[in-house]
Design a protein around this ligand. Structure first.
Ligand code: NAD
Length: 322
């Protein structure tokens, strides 16, 4: 019987899909060392976020045919190495898109309304805080989007139709014909978006090109009244540069769901800043999405083992041609 290794527990909807179809091996912990060891006996691997699947791990996994993630971002898998060893990498896109977009928009709202300041102040009896911080109105404000894929587009739609905001976006790989008439201003120069946004929201994948994209120079371009929101991947922002920008009031605040290192270290100064809203990489984790992502990852692993195409894979076509 086929063996499928789970690096972490997945929702019962995913377990139901696998039931009777494969022998399940549950890794006692998601560390590379443990998963790498157990992987040697597995035909398929299902990963969530905590495990980094390295070239070393795939090269030692002689039986492995598929690595399936319970999400769309595949940056914790070495896709190039997997491809070299003929291993299909797949993910699940779709169920989480709207919830991540809602999370980004919720952060825009919470930052604009200064909840990070007014909520603790009110609890502490400082009712005069109502005169200390003026909430920002959203109508007519500019949202700058870096990346206009599945999630970026939903953010744009909510901001334009829900709040009458303006949306400017930069995405050099965009097919402009795919925008369905949504009135988004697409520009070819990323820095124009950064310089003019009141809310800059990041929706790009983590790649060599986007790693460290928000650096000191780019934070310095932003308006001092602007907020940055990151629900994409932590390493797209250089956290030391963000800290400096916040401390020097080069920007007004930040909303973060993702971090350079996850979980962020206890002493991470960003966690101490009053004008930073933080959540624990939870944007996609509604109950319904978690179940659908686990189901999708389980269906994908079985699909590949049975010679069928998974719902989303960056190397399936390439491996079929090979
Ligand atoms: P997507 O692939 O649909 O869209 C990404 C867009 O970024 C594409 O249109 C692409 O052309 C564009 N892009 C790529 N490189 C770029 C660059 N250098 N500059 C500008 N644009 C560039 O992806 P998505 O599903 O919308 O996901 C967006 C991000 O959200 C990813 O980083 C993903 O990992 C992350 N995500 C986070 C969570 C969470 O829980 N916080 C959940 C799901 C996805």
């Amino acid at each position: 019987m086929r063996r499928i290794l789970l690096s972490e527990p997945i929702d019962e909807m995913g377990m139901k899909v696998l039931e009777g179809k494969a022998e399940i091996i549950m890794s006692p912990d998601p560390s590379g060392k443990t998963v790498g060891f157990l992987l040697k006996e597995a035909d398929g691997l299902i990963v969530r976020t905590a495990t980094q699947v390295t070239a070393e791990m795939v090269s030692a996994a002689a039986r492995l045919k598929v690595i399936s993630r319970t999400g769309g971002g595949l940056n914790n898998v070495d896709i190039e190495a997997a491809t070299e060893y003929g291993i299909v990498v797949c993910g699940v896109k779709g169920p989480q898109d709207r919830f991540v977009a809602e999370h980004a928009v919720a952060m825009i709202g919470a930052l604009a309304k200064a909840f990070y300041y007014l909520d603790p102040a009110t609890r502490q009896g400082n009712f005069r805080s109502r005169f200390e911080y003026r909430p920002v109105g959203l109508e007519g404000k500019r949202v700058g989007l870096i990346g206009l894929g599945r999630i970026g587009r939903i953010v744009a739609d909510i901001c334009i139709r829900g709040f009458q905001m303006e949306v400017w976006a930069y995405d050099p790989y965009l097919d402009p014909g795919s925008l369905d008439g949504t009135p988004i201003v697409v520009v070819s120069d990323m820095e124009t978006v950064m310089k003019t946004a009141d809310f800059l929201s990041l929706h790009v994948p983590l790649t060599e090109e986007t790693k460290g994209l928000m650096n000191r120079k780019r934070f310095a371009m932003m308006k001092p009244t602007a907020f940055i929101i990151n629900t994409s991947r932590g390493e797209i922002i250089q956290e030391t540069a963000l800290m400096e920008a916040l401390k020097s009031a080069a920007i007004a605040g930040a909303g973060l769901d993702v971090y350079e290192k996850e979980p962020p270290e206890k002493g991470n100064p960003l966690l101490e800043m009053a004008n930073v809203i933080v959540t624990p990489h939870s944007a996609a984790l509604t109950k319904d999405t978690v179940a659908k992502l686990a189901q999708g990852a389980a269906e994908n692993v079985l699909a590949v083992l049975e010679g069928r195409r998974p719902s989303y894979s960056p190397n399936w076509e390439l491996l079929q041609r090979a």
